[in-house]
Design a protein around this ligand. Structure first.
Ligand SMILES: Cc1ncc(C[n+]2csc(CCOP(=O)(O)OP(=O)(O)O)c2C)c(N)n1
Length: 319
């Protein structure tokens, strides 16, 4: 696949944005400034960016409890995303959603959800709405391999398959659902193999290679946009940190963690861009410095923003 230089640089910038944004959020969590918890996305950036780089602004995504990376990849602003994580009034959901329930309809981000697997039927519902309205939008639905053992996976994908809905189901297989290793709860290695049960294509890719993810997603999204129905795409990846902020992840062998850290998707893409002379080392570093400054600016915006007033607690809350 031949991508334009500008496109690859943009993808690199987005991956860095997610990484550095999260490092700031992690720091703020340590200072007790983040209400609730925070599920880190570091290590999985190539999935969100590889998929979303093929999407239009009016396409949709659904996300998980690990939601801010998807949100940023789909085009959400760092400022309002950070404000939401800090529970501030200027956040996308006026501080009422936090990291696990963040949504930004203006960029087609239909929402993160704390309920594992809950985004899958929502994605199929959005796909049905596209079909009924007769537009050529598509939906990318992100979820983990743990979620693929939920009933919603079967129901949501089967429905999308029989109704030929324009949905790309993106399983981020990071090997662990909290502390449970995939091999303890699944007898198959590739979640993508489950596609055969629904009569749809299944594809498994290196989820730490943003170009591989981008290429596989491009095919699947093209297929969906042309009205040919859903694809189940599995991206093999790894989270660098524990399940959520305070999980030391001692259930993972040290050697395994070290092996995966060597495959860091951000560093790998940087090396590729330098090696193929898309960027010089110096240009790549300049982009990173700019992104660090943007993450600092977003943090300042969020810190300076007010909390919602107590009397606003029930406003705009659906019941
Ligand atoms: C329906 C439901 N069951 C259990 C939980 C508790 N829980 C939160 S995250 C998680 C693991 C999810 O694993 P996976 O889908 O692989 O996503 P990952 O965390 O690896 O990104 C579990 C079991 C939940 N939030 N919702």
């Amino acid at each position: 696949m031949k991508l334009k230089k500008e496109k690859m640089i943009e993808m690199y910038r987005k991956m860095l944005e997610i990484r550095h944004f999260e490092e700031k959020a992690f720091e703020l969590y340590g200072q007790n400034l983040v209400p609730g918890t925070l599920h880190l996305y570091a290590g999985q950036e190539a999935v969100a960016v590889g998929v979303c780089s093929n999407l239009r602004r009016d396409d949709y995504i659904t996300s998980t409890h690990r939601g801010h990376g998807h949100c940023i990849a789909k085009g959400a602003q760092l400022e309002r995303t950070m404000a939401e994580i800090l529970g501030k009034k200027t956040g996308y959901c006026k501080g009422k959603g936090g990291s696990m329930h963040i949504a930004d309809f203006s960029v087609g981000m239909l929402g993160a959800t704390a309920v594992v697997g809950a985004g899958i039927p929502i994605a199929s519902g959005a796909g049905l709405s596209i079909k009924l309205r007769g537009t050529d939008q598509v939906v990318a639905c992100f979820f983990g391999e743990g979620a693929s053992n939920q009933g919603t996976f079967h129901e949501g994908i089967n429905m999308a398959a029989i109704w030929t809905l324009p949905v790309v189901f993106v399983c981020e297989n990071n090997l662990y659902a909290m502390g449970t290793r995939q091999s303890r709860v699944m007898l198959i290695e590739n979640v993508a193999d489950r596609a055969v049960a629904y009569g749809i294509p299944g594809v498994s890719v290196d989820g730490n290679d943003v170009l591989a993810v981008c290429e596989a997603a491009r095919e699947a999204i093209k297929r969906a946009r042309e009205g040919k129905g859903p694809t189940l795409m599995e991206c093999k990846t790894y989270r660098h940190k524990g399940h959520s902020r305070f999980d030391p992840a001692t259930y993972r062998p040290k050697e395994e963690v070290e092996e995966w850290l060597k495959k860091d998707p951000v560093l790998r893409f940087k090396a590729k861009l330098v090696e193929t002379e898309v960027l010089t080392e110096k240009e790549a570093d300049k982009i990173e410095q700019d992104v660090i400054a943007a993450a600092e600016k977003a943090t300042k915006f969020a810190m300076d923003s007010p909390y919602p007033e107590p009397e606003e607690a029930l406003e705009e809350v659906y019941a």
